[in-house]
Design a protein around this ligand. Structure first.
Ligand SMILES: [Zn+2]
Length: 136
C-alpha cells in the first residue's frame, strides 16, 4: 500500500494529493462531509481502508467532519505534529497508506472526550443503505 509521492500524484486529484500526501487542510464548511448525517462508513480516499463510522460522527461546529473515535483503533495512527511550534498537535494518519487525515484533539464529547477533526478530501463515504449507494 506504500507508494511514492509521484505515484500518488498520478492517482489522486490535485487537492486530495495536497491534503493526504502533503498534510494540507481543506477549507471549513466548503467540504463534502462536514454536514453529512447519512448512515455509513468513511473509507480512506487513498487505499479504501474503513476508517470512521457515521455512528461516531458528531457536529463539532468546526466545519470539518468530526468523530469521537475511529472505526478501529488499529486503522488509524497518531503522530506528534510540531509544524506550529507553539501549538503541538496530534496528527491522524491512515495506518495502511500513511495518508494524512487530520488531527485529534482532547475537547470531544462523551464517551471518549476525543475529537477527530478530519478532512473530507481524505475520505470517501459509503452508505450502509444498499438501496442508495450514491452517498447523497
Ligand atoms: Zn489509506
Amino acid at each position: 500500500m506504500k507508494k511514492t509521492d509521484n505515484e500518488w500524484k498520478a492517482l489522486l486529484p490535485a487537492d486530495v494529493f495536497q491534503i493526504t500526501r502533503k498534510k494540507g487542510t481543506e477549507r471549513p464548511f466548503e467540504n463534502a462531509y462536514h454536514d453529512l448525517k447519512a448512515d455509513g462508513v468513511y473509507h480512506c480516499v487513498c487505499c479504501q481502508t474503513p476508517l470512521f463510522d457515521s455512528a461516531h460522527k458528531f457536529d463539532s461546529g468546526t466545519g470539518w467532519p468530526s468523530f469521537f473515535q475511529p472505526l478501529d483503533s488499529e486503522a488509524v495512527g497518531e503522530l506528534a505534529d510540531r509544524s506550529i511550534f507553539f501549538m503541538p498537535r496530534t496528527e491522524v494518519i491512515c495506518n495502511a497508506c500513511d495518508a494524512h487525515l487530520g488531527h485529534v484533539f482532547n475537547d470531544g464529547p462523551t464517551p471518549t472526550g476525543l475529537r477527530y477533526c478530519i478532512n473530507s478530501a481524505s475520505l470517501t463515504f459509503e452508505s450502509r443503505d444498499d438501496s442508495d449507494t450514491s452517498g447523497t
